[in-house]
Design a protein around this ligand. Structure first.
Ligand code: SAH
Ligand code: SF4
Ligand code: F3S
Length: 470
């Protein structure tokens, strides 16, 4: 597709603003003060989408509430990555039949990745008749128009969006107050890892213009955000579709020139596209955190190939070796799937061995969950659930031991940390993050939120460090 077709023209965005105004006027004429509740599931990408949805709702005249049952409009911004995520949403949709019965005017919206699956849209159409609006991630920027249709026609509206997807700049946004912010630098995914639903529901890879990303990061830094995470399903392919020779390391270098006291992080990075240049640039840029999330998924080459990951255990290890050589003390994390169809115990133990060899700082571990429509869901999957669970537990045990050891090594040291909020804990009421994104529970007053501090570490466990400001 041509760039002009991918970037939504300003006139089209302006039309959505008109729909926002129409909804606002409709409520004003009724002297209504409508409330909306947005529940977001899934990854940071979806959280970032949820913040746009809230922005558009405010522009439509809604006030936000956390109480789904009492809200005039409920949005479930869903995730489709594993079966469990989908079941939770269907459960919550079921619960909403009660509030809709009490308040028939309530509007119920299902969006996000699940809504991008034709299978789900069909099921909702047939069996969840209280849902008024269903739209996939590609239709997000047209939310005001779709919502207007619901109010105007009083009919149910279903819109999957086009399968490729576009880029819409300038949508309103409600950010979390505080020190952390997320910036999508690209949308979609072209990788089609055989287990994964994302490329089917989020369309093709498309990169925002560097100028738009830079302007957004600058604005955030100026507004006082101090921990900014760049988002993409594979940030290493940023720019490939721009055909200008400008790639992710170039973007990092340009962001790094923005003056201020802040950290830049990014997720996720696909090992097949991670290059020594990326690591050299990370090492050189003073704002880029000394942290890398590099999902390996498996430590067995046959499984990696069946997953369509397009790297081997050996090339992965080589990447890490280089990254650590240019970034001493690098905090390294990863994603792992246990129980891919056809995986044997020996293959799963190869993953455990890789984890032992690399010594990750932390892991996100998942039991394989078949996603209808993906290649892997068609493969024979003979291993018993209990066996997979046993392999999974073994992996966790190895990682937890290692994480606890790494954390214990911090006790007595002083580290720089950013206080990002309150923890709810009486003895250690503040929560903070190190540059490597390790969690620190901290003594001190809440007036310290938003500050970088030197923290003396006094204790640790598997998940966190404990300390006090020096
Ligand atoms: N684009 C990111 C991953 C996004 S999904 C990347 O490639 O790194 C986050 C993680 O969910 C994946 O890394 C994978 O470990 C896990 N995951 C994806 N599909 C899954 C499935 N069908 N079953 C279990 N875990 C899955
Ligand atoms: Fe899914 Fe692979 Fe794309 Fe990540 S890179 S979103 S795991 S298909
Ligand atoms: Fe994210 Fe879940 Fe969609 S992990 S991209 S919200 S399927």
């Amino acid at each position: 597709m041509k760039r002009e077709e991918i970037v939504v023209p300003e006139e089209a965005i302006a039309r959505q603003r008109d729909f926002q105004q129409s909804i606002r006027s409709m409520f004003a004429a009724r002297e209504a003060h409508p409330t909306a509740c947005v529940e977001t599931y899934g990854c940071q990408q979806n959280v970032a989408d949820g913040q746009r949805i809230m922005g558009m709702l405010l522009a439509c005249g809604f006030t936000l509430t956390e109480e789904a049952g009492e809200a005039d409009l409920v949005v479930l911004n869903t995730c489709a990555i594993r079966e469990h995520a989908e079941q939770r949403v269907f459960g919550n949709l079921g619960i909403l039949t009660h509030s809709k019965r009490e308040n028939p005017e309530q509007v119920i919206v299902l969006c996000g990745c699940m809504a991008g699956e034709p299978r789900v849209a069909k099921r909702v159409k047939e069996s969840y008749r209280h849902v008024d609006l269903v739209f996939g991630p590609q239709a997000l920027w047209r939310f005001p128009e779709l919502l207007w249709q619901v109010y105007e026609t009083k009919k149910r509206v279903f819109d999957q969006g086009d399968s490729h997807g576009q880029i819409a700049e300038g949508l309103p946004v409600v950010r979390e107050r505080g020190v952390k912010a997320w910036v999508s630098i690209m949308y979609g995914c072209n990788n089609f890892c055989s287990y994964c639903i994302v490329p089917y529901v989020r369309g093709r890879e498309r990169s925002r213009d560097p100028a738009a990303v830079l302007a957004e990061v600058r604005e955030l830094v100026e507004a006082g955000y101090k921990d900014i995470t760049l988002l993409g399903q594979n940030v290493n392919s940023y720019g490939n579709d721009l055909d200008t020779g400008y790639h992710f390391p170039d973007l990092l270098e340009d962001i790094d020139k923005i003056p201020g006291d802040y950290w830049i992080r990014f997720i996720s990075s696909h090992p097949k596209d991670a290059t020594p240049r990326l690591f050299d640039v990370m090492a050189k840029c003073s704002h880029v955190a000394n942290q890398l999330h590099l999902p390996v998924q498996s430590g067995n080459n046959r499984v990696l190939e069946a997953m369509n990951r397009r790297y081997t255990k050996e090339t992965y290890l080589e990447l890490i070796r280089y990254a650590r050589s240019v970034m001493p003390g690098l905090v390294l994390t990863s994603d792992i799937i246990i129980g891919f169809p056809g995986e044997t115990e020996a293959e799963a133990m190869d993953t455990v061995a890789l984890v032992e060899e690399v010594g990750f700082d932390a892991l996100f571990t998942f039991l394989y969950s078949p996603r209808p429509g993906t290649k892997a869901a068609e493969l024979p999957d003979p291993a018993a659930r209990e066996d997979k669970q046993r392999w999974f537990d073994k992996l966790l045990e190895v990682q937890n031991d290692h994480s606890a050891k790494i954390h214990a090594g911090y006790v007595g040291k002083t580290v720089r940390a950013l206080v990002d909020g309150e923890s709810g804990d009486e003895e250690f009421p503040l929560s903070a993050r190190t540059e490597g994104n390790r969690l620190v529970r901290l003594k001190g007053d809440k007036a310290l939120v938003g500050r970088f501090l030197d923290v003396k570490i006094t204790g640790s466990n598997t998940w966190a460090l404990y300390g006090e400001p020096v």
